[in-house]
Design a protein around this ligand. Sequence first.
Ligand code: CA
Length: 236
Amino acid sequence: MEERAMNRNVRILLVEDEERLRGTIQEYLRMNGYQTLEASSGAEALRIFASGEAEWPDLVLLDLMLPAVSGFDVLSRIREKSNVPVIILTARCSEEDQLRGFSLGADDYLMKPFLLSVLQARIEALLRRMREPNRRRTYGVLSIDEKAHKIFMNGSLLPLTPREYEVLRYFMRNEQIVLTRDHLLDEIWGIDYSGTDRSVDTIVKQIRLKLGRAAKYIDTIYGIGYRFEVKDYEDD
Ligand code: CA
């Protein structure tokens, strides 16, 4: 009951072009006490963000396969102005799509078809994270505060350059996923960057130096790239 009462102040924007699915999700959200906004296209969703901040939703459920303006485009346009939590809802499920979604700033990813109860749980988890005064996410001895652009080790601020921060944040967001050097170059340095794999290796080397024993969290995958994974190192 208490949770439902809290939900009353939460406005969720649902961007989905399939009318029936949109209706079903919306009905369920309302049943759980949320206020809802609907958009049947990317353009409609962006119109909401083009209006004053008071009109913006508190959370966005975003379908990827939309006519005209794709979900990816909507997400990157939203991120130009807002940190609103975004959950991507999609039948597309390739690793590339997921990575792209996360690199554009999606907070969560839910595969269609999904159970409404699972969607509800994801929404709750995300809102809880947003409500926490301390927004740090923890990875073993490391924690990140993306709002403040800071990473901490055992509670102490790590002195990272902006580029080192970007790379380590990207590793954290893609925990346990093997990232190729090319992919990292594209994502962190941008597609136009004329650098080489060396640039990635150099940054990773610098990050590892600053991480000390937690450098173990970054595995080198021979001939491919890197993978970030939290490991126990007490028994070294
Ligand atoms: Ca769709």
